[in-house]
Design a protein around this ligand. Structure first.
Ligand code: SF4
Ligand code: SF4
Length: 356
């Protein structure tokens, strides 16, 4: 079906919206990496995507470099965040309802379809006014790419959870605003920090990190940075405060749009100004995912797995950097987790970069 001239597609119950061939190759180079976008968390159990769909070509034939499919997540559903964005799929502008997105009976389907249509209407109206489909308070900007510094490495294309980045004829990345959900994962992925939003940049985060007072080694007060996802981890910490749960006063918390928007360069910046440790706090990645942007926390975990080389080059211990899974319901658990991490980092000793 040529989807170019259409504004909205309504699929009846019983139609198969997902790819008919999840293993179909991506359209261009980088197929191996890009195909990971189609089904990033294949289950180890009985679930076999290919067995869930009929043979043949793609029904939707989407014009995405990652392939013509509507990506499926665990158990073959096409949602992108079942709690907060129930109708969204991982292809912005396509809204799923009914048993396509979760098991439900006929009595629920009508109401569900209404929800999906209202969501589509909201998006069409926003777009007609030139507004972002996924606005954030005070910031309607899309990622901007400084092409003068771009090395054409394609990390942003590969890591974007929504396939919103393509490349032009000279291989420079191009953001498609109607697909972008403004998660910042591309910003965190860029090794040369050349992707930014109007009011959200790596430099801005770095300045916030450096603005914190770091006690010197003789004060015997460690300073630990928690980089917290603003969707779940940060509100959970907020709730811990409201409930008057106590945790170490040595931590300072930096909220980020999604852990995926966190560049590893931010960690080295923090350690080089004397923080004794850095903790990433974000949604649980994997099959039972909670990430609002599908794979932002998985990307952060992937980047963190390579931090040991950076720590080695700085002659610092690996125990200084860790990652904690946190959901919005964890307000009672997190204080204990934080205190344990602070004790662990304190036992390693002060960061030798303090005072430089
Ligand atoms: S902000 Fe998120 S959705 Fe938009 S281009 Fe970057 S990674 Fe993709
Ligand atoms: S990640 Fe950065 S350097 Fe790499 S292609 Fe994207 S913008 Fe260019």
């Amino acid at each position: 079906v040529p989807l170019g001239p259409l504004d909205m597609v309504v699929l009846a119950t019983g139609m198969v919206p997902n790819s008919t061939d999840p293993d179909a190759p991506a359209q261009e180079y980088g197929a191996e990496l890009l195909n990971a976008d189609i089904n990033p968390y294949p289950a180890d159990g009985d679930y076999k995507p290919a067995a869930c769909v009929p043979p043949g070509g793609s029904l939707l034939n989407l014009q995405y470099r990652q392939g013509p499919h509507l990506p499926m997540l665990a158990d073959g559903f096409s949602d992108s965040h079942y709690i907060c964005f129930p109708y969204e799929t991982r292809r912005t502008g396509i809204y799923a309802c009914g048993p396509v997105r979760r098991p439900m009976d006929m009595s629920e389907v009508g109401e569900d379809a209404m929800g999906a249509v209202l969501k589509a209407i909201q998006v069409i109206r926003n777009a007609a006014q030139g507004q972002a489909v996924h606005p954030r308070v005070g910031d309607l900007s899309y990622p901007k790419i400084g092409l003068n510094a771009c090395t054409k490495c394609r990390r942003c294309t590969v890591e974007c959870p929504f396939g919103a980045i393509d490349e032009d004829e000279k291989d420079y990345p191009v953001v498609n605003p109607t697909r972008c959900r403004r998660c910042g994962t591309c910003m965190g992925a860029c090794p040369v920090r050349t992707i930014s939003f109007d009011n959200y940049t790596v430099e801005m985060l770095s300045s916030m990190v450096k603005a914190v007072n770091i006690p010197d080694e003789f004060d015997e007060k460690p300073r630990i940075l928690i980089i917290a996802c603003e969707n779940d981890a940060y509100p959970a910490l907020d709730m811990a405060g409201i409930a008057r749960h106590q945790y170490s006063s040595f931590v300072r918390i930096l909220p980020v749009r999604c852990l995926g928007s966190m560049s590893v360069l931010l960690i080295s910046d923090a350690l080089s100004v004397g923080y004794d440790g850095v903790v990433l706090m974000g949604c649980k990645p994997g099959d039972d995912y909670q990430c609002h942007f599908v794979k932002g926390s998985a990307m952060a975990k992937e980047r963190l797995s390579k931090i040991s080389e950076t720590l080695k080059s700085m002659q610092l211990e690996v125990e200084r950097v860790s990652m904690v899974d946190a959901s919005i319901a964890d307000s009672a658990r997190l204080p204990k987790v934080i205190d344990e991490l602070v004790a662990k980092i304190d036992a390693v000793g002060p960061n030798p970069f303090k005072g430089f």
